[in-house]
Ligand binder design. Structure first.
Ligand code: SAM
Ligand code: SF4
Length: 445
């Protein structure tokens, strides 16, 4: 089996769970789709470009299947999972009739049966329901891959906020929080497997309100404290948050929980109140500024990241300048920015659109400012010694990559045995998007 993952960390998490689920049925993972008897595309529908990539990959897979047919080799099944599957369902099979299985993000626990049925007959199987039972109750225990430094852990899915540009409420369904006991059991498992960093995931993770064993709903702050208290967990992060769900307890936790990393991805989308209202974000630019102030009071060295959309319907030059102003005032350590992409079925798609050329120019201007801020943030680390969690081999032999508490990527010459360890690294170089350093002679951080 070969799984190709598109989009956000929640898809990365889902792919790992699909691999475990099908691993239990005897499927083994291979790196090259040409060698596989089953290819699963775990897809993203957030922007048009992301969805179109899936169709071009499907074209490539169809060619592999045709070649396979000619050589009389074993069967080659093609499955589409994730948000494109959910959003397009039967339409997807009409456009790509050679696809065998289409399964939405809430029903992938049913994949083993769907695949077994598919091996029996040629009719495509489509399951894009939102089953009443939670898929989490039907999935096997997951493990961190051997040697993994950190693990993603989905605690919340779906979204009830209905921002007018966004497909998530339609593809991932209504907001759902996993019970506290299930989350903590999974986190303990990762710690036992050797992972020392846990990233709690949700489409709107700070709306988390899972049932605790004490019969009361827990907020995200309380959950983070409990995860941070697990033996072996040195770092906790969470993503992605909505500004209107940043409650007092969570802001306080940034200052009080030692394992909570001083980095927060808090999407604002735009700096103009008129555009924020049209986006149905339910907060103003000033509310965002105040949340940032309070967060920085709780944790002075907090590094901020955000998402921005330019060229939302109705965005004027003055609205766009308000976004630039907000970026200048807040100062971001890094950020993601996108041209508005009309998504079928969302309210904003029906509004008069900003010309593509204007979107392109605004995006370039915003990205230039964000890149300058990221570089300035990184340059300030030259000469500093920071704790780095090594999590990947580097491109060169004898090199490892890791992350600082502020999420910067660091390249350093280090022995492979340091994978998964947190070590003090002296920063001696700054690239466009990453840092370089050497292991400090000091003891481990
Ligand atoms: N839940 C998060 C929040 O409240 O901001 C965002 C989740 S969404 C998966 C990730 C990002 O994709 C959004 O923050 C937004 O910037 C971007 N995005 C979503 N829909 C978009 C669209 N139609 N066009 C362009 N960018 C979009
Ligand atoms: Fe989409 Fe985030 Fe808005 Fe929910 S809060 S609708 S996930 S952008």
């Amino acid at each position: 089996m070969h799984i190709k993952t598109y989009g956000c960390q929640m898809n990365v998490y889902d792919s790992a769970r699909i691999a475990e689920l099908l691993g239990g049925q005897g499927y083994q993972t291979v790196d090259d789709p040409v060698e596989a008897d089953l290819v699963i595309l775990n897809t993203c529908h957030i922007r048009d470009k992301a969805a179109e990539k899936v169709y071009s990959e499907l074209g490539r897979l169809e060619r592999i299947r045709r070649d396979r047919g000619r050589s009389g080799a074993k069967q080659f099944l093609i499955a589409v999972a994730g948000c494109v599957a959910q959003a397009e369902g039967v339409e997807l099979v009409e456009r790509a009739p050679f696809v065998d299985v289409v399964v939405g993000p809430q029903s992938y626990h049913r994949l083993p049966q769907m695949l077994a049925d598919s091996f029996q007959s040629h009719a495509a199987r489509v399951d894009t329901e939102f089953p009443a039972e939670s898929k989490f109750d039907h999935l096997p225990d997951i493990h961190a891959p051997p040697g993994a430094a950190g693990a993603f852990l989905t605690v919340q899915e779906g979204c009830d906020r209905f921002c007018s540009f966004c497909v998530v409420p339609y593809t991932r369904g209504a907001e759902y929080s996993r019970p506290v006991a299930a989350v903590l059991a999974e986190a303990r498992g990762y710690a036992k497997d050797g992972a020392c960093e846990i990233t709690l995931l949700g489409q709107n993770v700070n709306a988390y309100h899972g049932d605790g064993d004490d019969g009361t709903p827990w907020g995200l702050a309380r959950l983070i404290e409990a995860v941070a208290a697990i033996d072996g967990i040195a770092r906790v992060r969470y993503t992605t948050s909505h500004p209107a769900d940043m409650d007092d307890a969570l802001i306080r936790a940034h200052g009080e929980v030692a394992a909570m990393m001083p980095y927060l991805h808090l999407p604002v989308q735009a700096g103009s109140d008129a555009i924020l209202a049209a986006m149905n974000r339910r907060h103003t630019a000033d509310v965002y500024r105040r949340i940032v102030e309070r967060l920085r009071c709780a944790r002075a060295d907090l590094a901020l990241s955000s998402d921005f959309i330019v060229g939302f319907p109705g965005e004027t030059d003055a609205d766009f300048r308000a976004t630039l102003r907000l970026v200048e005032e807040v100062g971001f350590a890094q950020a993601y920015s996108f041209k508005y992409s009309p998504r079928p079925g969302t309210p904003a798609a029906a509004l008069p659109q900003v010309p593509e050329e204007v979107k392109r120019e605004r995006l370039a201007q915003l990205q230039d400012l964000l890149d300058r801020q990221q570089r300035a943030f990184n340059v300030a680390f030259l000469g500093r010694t920071v704790p780095v969690l090594f999590d990947r081999p580097g491109n060169r032999p004898g090199q490892l990559l890791g992350r600082t508490p502020y999420m910067q990527v660091v390249h350093a010459s280090a022995d492979a045995t340091l994978m998964g360890a947190i070590k003090a690294v002296e920063i001696d170089g700054v690239g466009p998007k990453s840092l370089a350093g050497r292991l400090s002679r000091q003891a481990a951080a």
